[in-house]
Design a protein around this ligand. Structure first.
Ligand SMILES: CC(=O)N[C@H]1[C@@H](OP(=O)(O)OP(=O)(O)OC[C@H]2O[C@@H](n3ccc(=O)[nH]c3=O)[C@H](O)[C@@H]2O)O[C@H](CO)[C@@H](O)[C@@H]1O
Length: 365
């Protein structure tokens, strides 16, 4: 199939799109692929680095209330849709999929106006603004959490899971922690605040470091690119066994060697850690639509796969809590098993089925 994929802004929208493309390629179903993103989003670095054709359009986000700014945004949106239409007319895709972010709003909407079959993938337990808007125009809607189904027109919805889960599901330990100067066989804690990093999370990590060091807990602390320089100047050296880095370019290479994750509860991260069966302590971001990170996290906590700590309830005891769990082998093993039960190991194949159904359903398909 000829496919246009669009999703951007943040890793949580980009990595599922890349996982889908990889699986299409693996199954020799990708005759031609074009990724449409923005220059400003993380996708402009990540997508070309993965050897995928990348085109950009300019988009601006909507404010949630009606402001003068939104009038400008609407004009911008109409312009973005025009730009997207030009790209689509030239590329002639059989199907267009949006994985979230404003850029997917313009691209998928443009496709629907051109009567090209369209699919959106909603990673979260609460729908984002873009996907809510697009749900009225698209052919099919793929979801990863059953809770979100009722937000969308029922006959379009298919539960597929997150394709990134399939990409990592069969990975096994490969001792790549050595690339970061860590002992590749020691139990390891990974701390990261989603794809962009989170200052509150970084602070909690810094506060916990003396305790982690004292307990000899090997730790990989990922700050997020834009926070690294300031943190590194303030803390130029870390205790032995603790490594601070800005970003992990190839997360799947290290995840199988991680014993515990302390992180935000972005949907794509959760898809990865359930597919692999990694226990976690989740501190949901409170700054997201419909508090969806809390709902994402609770679905893992309810299954005994994760411990949830609301950001407002982080205390000076946090470091001790993390150390205690890292030292509790049986509990970690039970949480790992419970996490693995939630993983959807064929999510990319299920999403490909949805793409094929969308193409078939279209009068031009
Ligand atoms: C603040 C915000 O709006 N966050 C949203 C964003 O999160 P965010 O972009 O943080 O997304 P997720 O936590 O879902 O996924 C992060 C992705 O980035 C990867 N990664 C992360 C760090 C790193 O150093 N290297 C790396 O490759 C992870 O392995 C994962 O694949 O999109 C998610 C998916 O729609 C939402 O659920 C989140 O609520």
């Amino acid at each position: 199939m000829r496919i246009v994929v669009s999703g951007g802004g943040t890793g949580g929208h980009i990595y599922p799109a890349l996982a889908l493309i990889n699986q299409l390629k693996k199954r020799h179903l990708a005759d031609a692929v074009l990724y449409v993103g923005t220059e400003a989003g993380l996708e402009s670095r990540i997508v070309p680095a993965n050897g995928i054709d990348f085109a950009t359009i300019k988009v601006q986000g909507f404010k949630r209330s009606l402001t003068l700014e939104n009038f400008k945004t609407i004009t911008e949106f109409i312009k973005s849709v025009g730009d997207a239409k030009r790209l689509l007319k030239a590329f002639k895709p059989d199907v267009v999929i949006g994985t979230g972010g404003y850029v997917s709003g313009a691209t998928v909407y443009a496709a629907s106006r051109l009567h090209i079959p369209t699919v959106i993938h909603e990673q979260n337990s609460v729908a984002g603004v873009t996907n809510k808007f697009l749900s009225h125009f698209v052919t099919k809607i793929a979801i990863a959490f059953p809770e979100v189904a009722t937000t969308f027109p029922a006959k379009k919805v298919v539960l597929t899971g997150n394709p990134r889960a399939q990409e990592v599901a069969d990975l096994t330990r490969n001792q790549r922690l050595a690339d970061y100067g860590l002992n590749p066989v020691a139990p390891t804690l990974l701390i990261f605040g989603g794809s962009r990093g989170a200052p509150k999370m970084n602070q909690a990590a810094l506060d916990a470091i003396p305790e982690l060091a004292q307990a000899n807990i090997q730790t990989l602390f990922v700050t997020g690119r834009r926070h690294f320089d300031a943190l590194h100047s303030a803390h130029p050296t870390m205790p032995a066994g603790i490594v601070m880095v800005p970003y992990i370019d190839d997360m799947p290479s290290i995840l199988p060697d991680i014993s515990l994750i302390v992180g935000r509860s972005g949907a794509t991260s959760l898809a990865e850690l359930t597919a692999l069966g990694i226990p976690s302590i989740l501190i949901p971001s409170p700054n997201v639509t419909g508090n969806h990170q809390m709902i994402n996290a609770q679905s893992l906590a309810n299954a005994g796969a994760a411990i949830v700590i609301p950001e407002t309830e982080l205390t000076a005891d946090f470091g001790r809590q993390v150390v205690a769990l890292m030292q509790d082998g049986p509990r970690l093993a039970a949480m790992a098993q419970n996490a693995k039960r939630l993983g959807v190991k064929d999510a990319a194949d299920q999403l490909i089925d949805v793409l094929q159904a969308a193409i078939k359903e279209s009068p031009h398909g």
